[in-house]
Design a protein around this ligand. Structure first.
Ligand code: PA5
Length: 321
């Protein structure tokens, strides 16, 4: 993938959603996924974020995010373990997946290759083979929408396929907003404040990995109980605060945002991105799309390669050895 290739990949969102919805779920029998009382996502970085997003979309069932070697002690037959590693070779995810298998969890695996795909095929486990040739983080539409298709089939989350496709096509017209946002983020330390945790986290990690900048994400209303106090002091120079706005924010959140914006005014750059769409999936997707594109344009503005993540590779090598 080239730098321009990453932009094309982000803008191929509608095609990738369509392809994701058509990805076969191998060894899958929907009736074997009944009687599930919790979900555990096992996956790191670009292969962990789909779990965060689904946790925000699916309030009806406990969703646990496992981002480490050890799988949680409560895994059992009533747990649906979703094991995701785009490369298929991430040590933490493989270790946790072996534990989930030993604990007899109902299991769905996602990988484009590597040891994870081998294991899933050998064990005859339900799995989705992700298309190769992407980066873990650019494969998110494949991960997310193949999973939403799976959840629809096991009656945990009804998905309007045509609606989301039409929405994704219309979303592409918002690229200029992302480019303008990137211009304003150039040279800044970025704080992201929003109401949906996964969306802020995705924007932060995309800024880290694509644009190679420091960023942090905080969530309403929790930030009202800690982060806000730090604004009593003069913040560091060169700070930009991006508010991720959603149409269905509670009045309390709106009031908190107004208070913070008045407080911050003149001490840091104040920016906003608005979610669009009628449904939660659409709103979340719109903010992710804008954040992904903004991180890409910021990488170009900073003359760094959005694709390369050398330190991750170096660390994985050190850990393997
Ligand atoms: O975005 C990335 O490249 C990383 O965050 C990876 O997703 C992470 O290191 C895990 O690797 P994998 O997705 O191959 O399991």
């Amino acid at each position: 993938m080239t730098a321009e290739g990453m932009r094309e990949t982000i803008l191929a969102l509608p095609e990738h959603i369509q392809a994701a919805l058509a990805l076969p779920i191998r060894n899958f029998e929907p009736r074997t996924f009944t009687g599930i009382d919790k979900i555990a996502f096992l996956g790191m970085g670009g292969s962990g974020i789909a779990g965060n997003i689904i946790r925000d979309l699916l309030p009806s069932i406990p969703v646990f995010l496992n981002k480490g070697y050890a799988a949680p002690g409560f895994l059992d037959r009533k747990t649906l373990a979703i094991c995701i590693s785009y490369s298929g070779n991430t040590k933490e995810t493989l270790e946790a997946t072996h534990t989930a298998m030993k604990k007899n969890c109902r299991l769905l695996g996602l990988a484009s290759g590597g040891k994870m795909l081998e294991l899933l095929v050998e064990e005859g486990r339900p799995h989705i083979a992700l298309p190769p040739g992407h980066l873990p983080r650019t494969s998110l539409p494949f991960q997310l929408f193949s999973l939403l298709n799976f959840f629809d089939q096991i009656n945990l989350f009804p998905l309007d396929r045509e609606g989301i496709l039409a929405f994704a096509r219309a979303l592409l017209a918002r690229e200029p907003e992302a480019r303008a946002l990137a211009e304003k983020l150039k040279g800044k330390l970025v704080f992201i404040y929003g109401s949906t945790p996964s969306v802020g986290l995705r924007f932060k990690t995309q800024l880290n990995e694509n644009a190679k900048v420091h960023a942090k994400a905080e969530v309403f209303p929790e930030l009202n109980h800690n982060e806000v106090v730090a604004w009593q002091e003069q913040p560091p120079q060169g700070l930009a605060v991006v508010f991720l706005r959603e149409p269905d924010e509670r009045q309390e959140v709106r009031d908190s945002i107004s208070f913070l914006q008045e407080t911050i005014q003149g001490r840091a750059d104040l920016l906003e991105i608005q979610a669009s769409g009628q449904t939660r999936v659409e709103q979340v997707l719109s903010l992710i799309f804008l954040g992904d594109l903004a991180s890409y344009h910021l990488a170009l503005a900073r003359r760094v390669d959005p694709e390369k993540t050398e330190y991750i590779n170096t660390l994985k090598k050190i850990i393997r050895e």
